[in-house]
Design a protein around this ligand. Structure first.
Ligand code: ADP
Ligand code: MG
Length: 258
């Protein structure tokens, strides 16, 4: 049975999409069958995996509204072994359109059922808010992976996120577990990055990945070429770090999920 990991943090710009894209790509590179799901109307995961978001007719929006089946929505990404459920700005309307829908928190979970077992990993990218799209993602997931940017306000909002995860666990998805926290955009030249890591470590009980993602300009450039880092600059520090993260994710799965 595949593991569904949702990459969530209601703060924008912390590296969710970068992590979701490149973790997916590195898991696929390691021979895993992977499905990436773009649940952000910005569609950055979609374009970052080489799919033209404005050309796609069957997106997560049509899927959530029940207008299509998941199998109809599966797109091939630029990475072998990595499929995609694409999104675009249409998805922004879903939040309002789903109001009043029965069991609206579980729409994604139910929609994924027919294909879940075809994949070793499903990686979901979330919008920067705790809205119904994020809640749907958490209800469909086994674990939550939280990227934390190494900056001064790193801890701000984190208690709200953990509170939301706890609420989802209590009321909606009792199987949801914490996958772990991953530090992103680490700058070895500054003391600040190190302080943030130390500070978060001493304030959080959650599992923290040993791999720390460095600030690496190649990671920021890759999406504009429609490629994950493994294809854009396979030997970059960014690519190496996401490969190590993928190894940890695979390894943790082997320890705890069998
Ligand atoms: P989020 O999805 O949380 O909003 P993104 O993944 O889109 O965050 O990242 C925000 C910005 O920071 C993007 O421009 C992205 O290219 C850049 N970025 C993310 N991670 C890194 C990194 N490790 N090094 C350099 N730039 C990064
Ligand atoms: Mg994003």
């Amino acid at each position: 049975m595949g593991r569904v990991i949702v990459v969530a943090n209601q703060k924008g710009g912390v590296g969710k999409t970068t992590t979701a894209i490149n973790l997916s790509a590195c898991l696929a590179e390691a021979g895993k069958k992977v499905l990436a799901i773009d649940m952000d109307p910005q569609g950055n995961m979609t374009s970052g995996l080489g799919v033209d978001k404005d050309e796609i007719e069957k997106t997560t929006y049509e899927l959530l509204l029940g207008e299509t089946e998941v199998k109809e929505c599966l797109q091939k990404s630029v990475v072998e072994g990595l499929d995609l459920l694409a999104s675009n700005i249409d998805l922004a309307a879903a939040e309002i359109e789903l109001i009043g829908e029965e069991e609206k928190e579980f729409i994604l979970q139910k929609a994924l059922e027919p294909v879940r077992n075809q994949y070793d990993f499903v990686i979901i990218d979330c919008p920067p808010s705790l809205n119904i799209l994020t809640i749907n993602s958490m209800c469909a997931a086994d674990t939550v992976l939280v990227p934390i940017q190494c900056e001064y306000y790193a801890l701000e909002g984190l208690s709200q996120l953990i509170h939301t995860i706890n609420l989802v666990q209590e009321r909606l998805n009792p199987n949801l577990e914490m996958e772990g926290v991953v530090f992103t955009m680490y700058d070895a030249r500054t003391n600040l990055s190190l302080q943030v890591v130390e500070n978060v470590k001493s304030n959080l009980q959650q599992t923290i990945y040993k791999t720390i993602i460095p600030r690496n300009v190649r990671l920021a450039e890759a999406p504009s070429h429609g490629m994950p880092i493994t294809l854009y600059d396979t030997k970059s520090a960014g690519a190496e770090s996401y490969r190590l993260l993928a190894e940890e994710v695979i390894h943790r799965g082997e320890e705890e999920w069998q």
